[in-house]
Each structure stands twice: as structure tokens, then as C-alpha cells.
Design a protein around this ligand. Structure first.
Ligand code: ZN
Length: 112
């Protein structure tokens, strides 16, 4: 099996460990940041046959709230998400992510 020779989109390293097969696809995990990717990536024609032209439209329509109660629930959910996002950015999520990554890297080099 061909190991990915691509840089991780999250941390930029090239250190992949085979994770598992998912249908016809193979999943690889970045040893540094744990990001999981498909490799080899599906071709454009595979993506077209998987998703089709109306895939996203159909999914959006299926997710549209139908009753006023559903609409209310949806608004609540989005409100909570926006609030969470605001709180996270106030705490400096980029710094938190860097600290977390640094912690992961030091744990890895210490063999933990
Ligand atoms: Zn990574």
C-alpha cells in the first residue's frame, strides 16, 4: 500500500500511520496532530459520482426546519454555537491550539 507523500494540512509534517479501510478508501492518521485523511484521494470523477450535482441542495432542503418549533430549536442551536465561538475566540483559541500541539509534540518525544 502506498504511503501518503503529502504534507499534513494541519501541522505540515509528513508522518502518516495507516489507520483503516473505509469502503473502497484508506484512512491515514497524522502521527503528529492526529488528523485523518483519505489516501489516495478520490479522483474528480469519483467525487462527481459520489456527490452529483444536487447533493448539497438536497441535503440543505432535507435539513430545513418544517415547523415553528423546529425553527426555534435551530435558532437556539445556532445561538449556542455563536456564543461558544465568541467565548473560544476570547480565550484565544489559536494560542490554545498551539499550546495543545506543543504539549502533544513534547509528549510524543518523551515517548508518552
Ligand atoms: Zn498533522
Amino acid at each position: 500500500m502506498q504511503k501518503p507523500e503529502i504534507k499534513c494540512n494541519t501541522c505540515g509534517t509528513i508522518d502518516w500511520q495507516y489507520s483503516r479501510q473505509y469502503g473502497d478508501y484508506h484512512l491515514w492518521r497524522c502521527r503528529t496532530c492526529q488528523l485523518i485523511v483519505l489516501f489516495p484521494q478520490p479522483t474528480n470523477s469519483e467525487l462527481e459520482s459520489l456527490y452529483g450535482q444536487n447533493y448539497f441542495v438536497q441535503h440543505l432542503e432535507a435539513q430545513m426546519p418544517q415547523t415553528s418549533k423546529d425553527i426555534e430549536k435551530e435558532i437556539q442551536k445556532r445561538y449556542h454555537f455563536v456564543h461558544w465561538l465568541e467565548m473560544t475566540s476570547k480565550r484565544g483559541y489559536r494560542k490554545n491550539f498551539r499550546d495543545w500541539l506543543r504539549h502533544r509534540l513534547s509528549a510524543k518525544s518523551a515517548g508518552r
